[in-house]
Write a protein that binds this ligand. Structure first.
Ligand code: PLP
Length: 414
């Protein structure tokens, strides 16, 4: 009887401890975490990129088509300018908005390239286009405000909106083109803004001027703010880039986002900028004052040189991307993975439904079998399913090798 009671007592203690642990995990430990950040998913593009890098570090020959950054080095004259500024002691805090030389260079760039006249007070420089997007979205969003995001979308938009206590609402595209009727269908009393991104990540689509004008009309009619992410402005192949803020009555309701990461192969420098009416920029400045403070002087000075000196480095990179785009288009169609012709950026969004409809499984299969890292389309929204995003910011040699590997791998499926 004594042993029976002892075993019973031990089981009882074990069960109680287990229950206490469950209660601790669910109610106490998790409660310590923010309800807002719990809703946010880690970036899927960075996750695959990291997995590919880890495989590579462990000696596996992985070809990386996942990275969203040019494979070119930052042009020499830009690097040199930053080094000179470091050597001459420009290593202290700067103005929160950005150094006057850079603000002036950005103002001139908007005037020359985009036909928009901004004042210095309507411009802000921050830590990459991502940070200016944060500041822009936080500056305009009240809890419950709806922000329209065309699907497929760049992975960070919905997370930033949710972090700002807004509600992302996804707008369907047709053949990856933004259709004005679909925008109107999603507008409610709570709609605050619409994000547009042309050239687009992940599809490479560019919004036609005619469609952009219709979007502008919708924004004016419904009193919406437009956040226009133009980070791929300079990587455009067959069309002229159009900035929606240059259309009549649009400057005051548009926040134009841009940066140096893609055009000048400066992803690691973390330099981006935005332009909008002064009231919005003032709010963005407050966020900046209490977060990043300012961007390093030498980084900003590199931006001045990038904008003010010859743009040949930009056109050289674009010409190389165009060659690769044409090659990727040809090979993807030969392999039965068609893709809408990318008109800009450096991504091909390929339809792999002939082989497998699950983009997560298909990209895992490609990583394991073909040793190529590619982002599953589902990471970019529900309309991205059955697609993979291949970044052709990689050498022609690697593209050729990668496609040969993919060809061999998919032969094992058929
Ligand atoms: C559409 C889009 N917007 C913004 C960014 C962020 O760029 P940055 O490196 O300047 O923060 C990216 C980067 O991949 C992007 O693809």
């Amino acid at each position: 009887v004594f042993f029976k009671n002892l075993i019973f007592f031990a089981i009882l203690v074990f069960v109680l401890m287990f229950l206490f642990y469950i209660i601790y995990v669910i109610y106490i430990k998790n409660k310590k975490m923010s309800e807002t950040t719990k809703k946010i998913m880690p970036s899927a593009t960075l996750a695959i990129n990291t997995k590919a890098k880890n495989l590579k570090n462990s000696g596996v020959d992985v070809i990386n088509f996942a990275a969203g950054e040019p494979d070119f080095d930052t042009p020499e004259h830009i690097k040199r300018a930053a080094i000179e500024k470091i050597n001459s002691g420009c290593t202290k805090y700067t103005q929160t908005r950005g150094i006057p030389e850079l603000i002036e260079a950005i103002r001139n760039k908007f005037k020359k390239d985009n036909k928009i006249d901004y004042k210095d007070s309507e411009i802000i420089v921050s830590s990459g286009a991502k940070m200016v997007l944060y500041e822009a979205i936080f500056a305009i969003t009240n809890p419950g405000d709806e922000i329209l995001i065309p699907d497929p979308y760049w992975v960070s938009y919905p997370s930033i909106v949710m972090l700002a206590s807004g509600v992302p609402k996804f707008v369907k595209t047709k053949n990856f083109k933004l259709v004005p009727e679909e925008i109107e269908k999603n507008i409610t009393k709570k709609t605050k803004a619409l994000i547009i991104n042309s050239p687009n990540n992940p599809t490479g689509a560019v919004i036609d001027k005619k469609d952009l004008m219709e979007i502008a009309d919708i924004a004016i009619k419904n009193d919406l703010i437009v956040i226009s992410d133009e980070i791929y402005e300079k990587i455009i192949y067959d069309k002229q880039h159009e900035s929606i803020a240059s259309f009549p009555e649009m400057k005051e309701r548009t926040i134009t986002i841009n940066g140096f990461s893609k055009s000048y192969a400066m992803t690691g420098w973390r330099l981006g900028y935005a332009a909008a009416k002064e009231e919005i920029i003032k709010e963005m400045l407050k966020i900046q004052e209490h977060s990043v403070s300012c961007i390093p002087y030498f980084v900003q000075y590199a931006g001045v040189v990038a904008l003010n000196e010859s743009q040949k480095c930009v056109s050289d990179m674009r010409d190389e991307f165009r060659k690769r785009r044409d090659y990727v288009l040809k090979r993807s169609s030969e392999l039965g993975m068609p893709c809408c012709k990318p008109e800009g950026a450096f991504y091909a969004f390929m339809d792999h439904s002939e082989y497998n409809k699950d983009s997560m499984k298909f990209s895992e299969f490609l990583l394991d079998t073909a040793r190529v890292a590619i982002i599953p389309g589902i990471a970019f929204g529900s309309l991205g399913e059955s697609h993979i995003r291949m970044s052709y910011a990689n050498s022609m040699k690697n593209l050729e090798k990668g496609f040969l590997n993919i060809e061999k791998a998919i032969k094992t499926i058929k």
